[in-house]
Design a protein around this ligand. Structure first.
Ligand code: SAH
Length: 394
């Protein structure tokens, strides 16, 4: 095994078990490891620190896996990590939910591996060269544990490029998923287009937040912004919303949302779909004097990195300000940010700022977070990305 020597004074994060080692912290590589090889990290005095995946091309030179020198990172090690992650989802999967994230990368000690379950199909994302190397083991273990109909690779091109990997969109094992795979979440049925849909096809990280938000929807006039295939829309209808207006810029998302309403035999007459840019649509509603009782804002990630936070904060502020104008007095705003760079305190400040600008008073009545199948590892706070606030607006 090849040794990588850490620069003097760079031990702290490694000792705290942070799984990333940036290339700037590497003093020297003794040999020529290939991208994805498992290497041994030593301190400047030659003492063992950790085992990790090496990548000479990435800003993250090492993805640390194991801190105990005596534990060999071998086939069995990867099988154990997959099995423990899958077992940890036992509380989520039941008769009313058969879709969830089974493996969440660093948080599940498998940096660069994401596995989502969609009923009998699995969608994986392979984002590091290290995981790419051990995929035959991972696939075999997933097949053994779950016996899926098929495993589909849905790796995100952007992140793979950082590791020098090509884009992939293919069947890894078993059958190609049908155009629409049917899943259940919170007792509602969704058709998921695994091959064509966004990300891996469905945002299962909002499962609990959809349910909690919908508890406030009974008899209400609801506006679901960034509706995608209708996660919040369907939960609100099921909970007796008087009407739901769903806005998304994607035609495919809206089309799938309509199919999902039919699949669940919900009352399509209560739903208005609008394919539009949300900011523009919110302005149009304001000009028309339109008002709602409950508004959901679940935008895509505005801040891809910490350096983009200021600009993103302004975008979140504008979006939330526009929504606040449209609420009846005492109406509810369920507003989310899936930007890891934006923490909950900054998000609260953004909302306070939006309220001031809109001339409104805002109470935070509930704090949303990511669900238990998207765990946050104590030594990897970067994995916490989804947060939201349920606000009462006067
Ligand atoms: N709330 C959804 C997930 C939202 S994902 C759910 O529960 O499943 C973000 C969505 O925002 C995507 O569907 C994307 O098409 C849409 N989107 C991105 N930018 C947009 C914009 N400017 N206006 C409208 N929709 C947008």
């Amino acid at each position: 095994m090849i040794d990588v020597i850490l620069k003097k004074g760079k031990e702290k994060a490694v000792l705290q078990r942070h799984p990333w080692l940036f290339s700037g912290a590497v003093e020297r590589v003794k040999g020529k490891p290939a991208n994805g090889d498992i290497v041994r990290l030593l301190n400047d005095r030659g003492g063992f620190m950790a085992y990790g995946f090496y990548n000479g091309q990435s800003r993250v030179a090492l993805r640390l896996l194991e801190w105990d020198e005596a534990v060999e990172v071998n086939e069995d090690w990867f099988r154990r990590k997959v099995a423990v992650a899958v077992a940890g989802r036992g509380n989520i999967l039941n008769e009313s939910t058969n879709t969830c994230r089974l493996v969440f990368s660093e948080a599940d000690y498998l940096p660069g591996l994401i596995v989502d379950k969609y009923a009998d199909y699995l969608a994986v994302q392979v984002l590091t060269s290290g995981i790419e190397n051990v995929m035959p083991i991972i696939i075999d273990e997933l097949q053994k544990l779950l016996k899926p109909e098929g495993i589909f690779d849905k790796s995100d091109a952007g992140s793979r490029a950082h590791e020098g990997l090509d884009t992939i969109n293919q069947v890894l094992a078993g059958k190609h998923p049908p155009e629409l795979v049917t899943v259940i979440e919170n007792g509602l049925t969704y058709g998921i287009n695994i091959a064509e849909g966004q990300k891996s096809g469905f945002y299962c990280d909002q499962r609990d937040n959809r349910r909690i938000t919908a508890q406030h929807a009974k008899g209400k006039k609801v506006l679901d912004c960034f509706s995608y295939t209708g996660g919040f829309t369907l939960n609100a209808l099921k909970n007796g919303a008087a009407s739901v207006t769903s806005v998304d810029s994607s035609a495919l998302a809206i089309e799938t949302l309509k199919k999902n309403i039919a699949l669940n035999k919900l009352d399509a007459k209560k739903v208005t779909t609008i394919q539009s840019d949300v900011n523009r649509q919110l302005r149009t509603f304001r000009e028309q004097g339109e008002k709602f009782d409950l508004i959901v804002l679940d935008p895509p990630k505005y801040a891809p990195s910490r350096s983009a936070l200021d600009k993103a904060s302004r975008a979140y502020k504008d979006l939330n300000r526009l929504a606040m104008y449209l609420l009846e007095p005492g109406g509810l705003l369920a507003t989310f940010s899936c930007s890891g760079a934006m923490d909950i305190d900054t998000f609260k400040q953004v909302l306070a700022w939006a309220a001031l600008d809109a001339g409104k008073e805002v109470q935070f009545i509930y704090q949303f977070c990511q669900p238990e199948d998207h765990p946050v590892r104590a030594s990897f706070p970067e994995g916490e990305y989804l947060k939201g606030l349920l606000c009462r607006v006067y």
